[in-house]
Design a protein around this ligand. Sequence first.
Ligand code: UDP
Ligand code: MG
Length: 320
Amino acid sequence: MSRTVTFVIPFLDEAENIPVLYEALHRIMADESESAEFLFVDDGSSDKGPAWLEEQAGKDSRIRLVRLSRNFGHQVAISAGLDLARGDAVIIIDADMQDPPETAAAMLEEWRKGAEVVCAVRASRAGEGFLKKLLASAFYRLFRRISKLDVPVDAGDFKLLDRTVVDALRGMRETHRYLRAMTAWAGFKQVSIKYDRCPRHAGTTKYPTWRSVQLAWDGITSFSGAPLRLVSFLGVLCCIGGVVWVIDIVASHYFGEGQVPGWASVMAAVLLMGGAQLLFLGLLGQYLSRTFEESKRRPLYFVKSDSGKGGESEGGSRTE
Ligand code: UDP
Ligand code: MG
């Protein structure tokens, strides 16, 4: 019996891209020995994408449409796909053709050779703004340093995961999810392959720079206490500075010409320290609020409908 590969495809308003991606995946899987499951996770779309998929699912039993009850965000939509996938391996791929589907063949090749995680690393990133590229490049390097995790530089969520890894990730139920780091944390045999990231086929990004920054911040606070250590370090520096200042005041009182009480310098010190304290309190609050959210232990998402519920996707095919 041939093995099955599930393509987990999270999407939000990608009606123009879905048919193109589906055709490409259909073509690629025709040449592979594994059978396929195309698991489309609708993350709250309001366009015609889900309707097209429903219709297409009648012709191709490999298509499975899972609709979430609202928009939960890309990372949660992928997590839902991982929970529901039936394949012996899962390939996570965006719906907008930025992850070239042809790379799947190379991923499958590595998987057959025994890799449990195959990361697709961006050799180039066409169609992305200068600021996004610069921030991403700096962030990946910083993140590796402070998290001490083997997250490949310039790898997104486009990757193949063996069933063992999928099951490991299914057991990790944290609310703030940063899947590329969670995969690295889980361990397993990881290899990387290079690919050129394409521009979007149609539509606009659902990940503006501020959402990417939010994801990056989630990654840092979920996987590192470095910001808290930095704050403690700055606190110690301020204390030392304060002590030196007091010594200077006392010394100049006895041995120098005495201090002229300076309103401006006092105000400057008060404002600086007040500002720093507020900033650090805010940082502590960030960690605290994350602890609070994790302690609620809510489900990550709700499924509105699942076209493949109860069914078996094994060996599905398209009727022309
Ligand atoms: N996406 C999603 N939910 C969201 C935002 C995005 O499922 O809340 C999907 C989107 O449709 C696409 C993938 O996640 O298939 C990556 O999003 P996008 O292309 O907008 O991000 P970018 O590639 O620009 O970082
Ligand atoms: Mg994209």
